[in-house]
Design a protein around this ligand. Structure first.
Ligand SMILES: C[S@@+](CC[C@H](N)C(=O)[O-])C[C@H]1O[C@@H](n2cnc3c(N)ncnc32)[C@H](O)[C@@H]1O
Length: 205
């Protein structure tokens, strides 16, 4: 896997507040990555309170729509270590922004037809290998034109994101990681504007 630094990605500091799950540095890296594809539509799996979504909406001026996905408050995530993460009011920090849309759903039940074609996907929901694989394959189909998928918690030993991404990398996905962070990313280039037909292609950084 190729590794990038913040300097390689042109990261610049941004103003908080920041989520308890992504510190200021990781949020700035995420902004730089997402901004690099000038997205109009972005999707976040596991938006929690919407704090990171709000930072993306503040700092990526091309965004016209941001779909935050999270589960209902009584949902039990697959991994024991994630069971205290489910928010009471998902997306509340981004709800004031008219570009923000909350989708309450268990990501494993979502299929291409439930979502719309998009330009950037941030995957930070259920961190079991099965869920990450499902969200990743779904994200790859949803991207239209030249877009990006970003994952959080790669190399976090407490969860199963690393196993999922290593498996996808072994299948030929050109996934990159970012030094001094738990972020990984992949640029996607789909020939089909609909994003859900034909076979997606990927390109190297
Ligand atoms: C680590 S937190 C996300 C942090 C958030 N991305 C941020 O930057 O603040 C993981 C989130 O995934 C949500 N989640 C867990 N299982 C999920 C599932 N199956 N589908 C969608 N969201 C899920 C949790 O409710 C929680 O809000």
């Amino acid at each position: 896997m190729r590794s990038f630094t913040g300097t390689d990605l042109g990261v610049a500091p941004i103003k908080g507040p920041f989520s308890r799950y992504l510190n200021a540095h990781e949020t700035a890296l995420l902004v730089a990555l997402v901004k690099s594809v000038a997205p109009k539509v972005a999707i976040e799996f596991g938006c929690n309170l919407g704090i990171t979504g709000a930072r993306l909406l503040d700092n990526v001026p091309t965004l016209e729509k941001y779909i935050g996905i999270d589960v209902p408050p009584d949902h039990l995530p697959s991994l024991q270590c994630q069971r205290d993460e489910v928010p009471t009011v998902a997306g509340c920090y981004a709800a004031h922004d008219e570009r923000f849309y909350l989708l309450t759903a268990r990501s494993q039940l979502l299929r291409t037809g439930h979502l719309e074609p998009c330009d950037a996907v941030f995957i930070d929901g259920d961190h079991s290998e099965e869920a990450v694989l499902h969200e990743s394959r779904l994200a790859r189909r949803l991207i239209r034109g030249a877009g990006i998928i970003v994952w959080h918690d790669f190399t976090n030993p407490a969860v199963e994101v690393t196993q999922a991404l290593n498996r996808l990398h072994d299948e030929g996905w050109p996934i990159n990681c970012v030094e001094n962070s738990w972020l990984a990313f992949m640029r996607v280039e789909n020939a089909d504007e609909q994003g859900d037909q034909g076979r997606p292609r990927t390109r190297r950084q």
